[in-house]
Write a protein that binds this ligand. Structure first.
Ligand code: HEM
Length: 421
């Protein structure tokens, strides 16, 4: 869907509406993002909100949380009414402003320490190697269902020490709750999302009760740490504790699954980059950064103007909702040379995949570690892996990824190619 002429590009920009997107957009949104950035970088949508595609505008909004609020108590009321989804999203730290955000963030960041994350590495390697052994035996696997999604579910489950035999519903709850953040929602999606929050809260209330009776080691168990709060300092209320645990479990699932899935699929499209990674495994660190930039698993962020202000010289009235298009900002030629080129050696690579400023992702070190181990070990173990059929897109605009990707990991002679012969 690359526009042939400047006027095609300008009509692509003019016709853009986040609530009415074509299948071509879901397959490849970048030509539309380029058209918007060129012709209407601060695009007013039919509902009055603004859609930003330039790196500098997106970053400027992230930098100024006073003028651009994350609080969703007003915005989400018409969308969710008085419902479990409303209670969940408006109590999650990502949708709170200081001072509430500051105290919850401090507790969560204090629990996700570098030491706690480093301690997860040996278990993560064992988990990934076990999944690779199964893949080697099966030869054809679904990269998402049988590899990428199995990793964060385990890691985040370990983080809160959820017993193994209770983890099964976590992924579906998470998909249903995050799915309800899409710009356009069906009644069925709303119903699923609300049911997922209610079931998740019931489950966590019970888990928290057990953990209060038998606390874990707060050095390793994030849930115990959040329950106990800071000695003589901040404590979370029951609602804050339950809703933020749901948020942590959700925040780390689909985004990380998609980072691993998107990264491994992108490497099949760029064989010379895959060959470079195979030859120099230490490139995995910048390669993960490039996967984050090139196919950002979280494509959109949202803010609301708290005062009359301006963005990039355009006047913005108080109360205007603003959508920050991370996916477009990360392909902005003003910030990244040849932005549509996937280059695992890209340096500098100051992308916005984890957001920026006070709400920047609190789990970014964990996500990076998971991706380094999962993508790095997959590529080294199956150097000639290739697609064994057409991948199925997840069909979300906010969370970009695949629902299913058939891959063939049978060893083959010769250079790696995208598809099975
Ligand atoms: C590739 C994986 C991930 C991506 C792309 C990602 C992306 C993001 C982004 C863009 C934000 C900022 C939202 C905003 O400012 O509006 C964010 C916030 C957050 N993320 Fe992540 N995330 C990932 C993985 C994780 C993991 C593994 C965890 C937890 C273990 C996590 C926990 C959080 C938390 C707690 C926040 C809220 C921070 C705050 O509001 O202060 N994320 N994430």
């Amino acid at each position: 869907m690359t526009p042939a002429t400047a006027s095609d590009a300008s009509s692509l920009a003019r016709d853009f509406d986040l609530r009415h997107l074509s299948p071509a957009f879901y397959a490849n949104p970048y030509p539309v993002y380029h058209a918007l950035r060129t012709h209407e970088p601060i695009r007013r949508m039919p509902d009055g909100s603004l859609f930003l595609t330039r790196f500098r505008d997106v970053q400027a909004v992230y930098r100024d949380p006073k003028t651009f609020s994350s609080d969703k108590t007003v915005e989400f009321k018409p969308k969710y009414g008085d419902s479990p989804l409303y209670a969940h999203h408006t109590t999650s730290l990502v949708f709170n402003d200081p001072p509430r955000h500051t105290r919850v963030r401090k507790l969560i960041a204090g629990a996700l320490t570098a030491r706690a994350i480093a301690a997860m590495e040996p278990g993560l390697i064992r988990l990934v190697d076990g999944l690779l052994d199964v893949a080697a035996r099966r030869r054809r696997i679904d990269l998402i269902g049988e590899f990428a999604s199995a990793i964060p579910v385990e890691i985040i489950g370990n983080l809160l020490d959820v017993p193994h035999d209770e983890r099964e519903p976590l992924r579906d709850w998470s998909l249903a709750i995050l799915g309800a953040l899409e710009p356009a929602l069906s009644d069925a999606q709303l119903e699923r999302g609300n049911r997922a929050v209610s079931e998740f809260v019931d489950y966590l209330r019970e888990l928290v009760g057990r953990r209060r009776r038998e606390p874990g080691d707060p050095q390793h168990d994030v849930l115990t740490r959040l329950i106990q709060g800071e000695a003589g300092g901040e404590q979370l209320s029951e609602a804050e504790l339950l809703q933020n645990c749901i948020f942590i479990l959700n925040a780390g699932h689909e985004t990380t699954t998609n980072l691993i899935g998107n990264g491994l699929v992108t490497l099949t499209d760029w064989p010379e980059q895959r060959a470079a990674l195979l030859e120099e495994p230490s490139l995995i660190e910048p390669a993960v950064e490039e996967c984050l930039r090139y196919e950002s698993s979280n494509q959109l962020g949202n803010r609301m103007a708290t005062v009359d202000t301006e963005i990039g010289g355009v006047e913005v009235a108080r109360g205007t909702p603003v959508t920050l298009c991370i996916g477009a900002a990360n392909r902005d030629p003003e910030q990244f040379a040849q932005p549509d080129r996937f280059d695992i050696r890209r340096d500098p690579n100051r992308h916005l995949a984890f957001g920026f400023g006070i709400h920047q992702c609190a789990g970014l070190s964990l996500a990076r570690l998971e991706a380094r181990i999962a993508i790095g070990r997959f590529v080294q173990r199956f150097p000639t892996y290739c697609l064994a059929g057409e991948p199925t897109r997840g069909g979300r605009v906010r969370f970009r990824g695949f629902a299913a990707v058939p891959v063939d990991v049978t060893p083959k002679a010769g250079p790696a190619s995208r598809r099975a012969p």
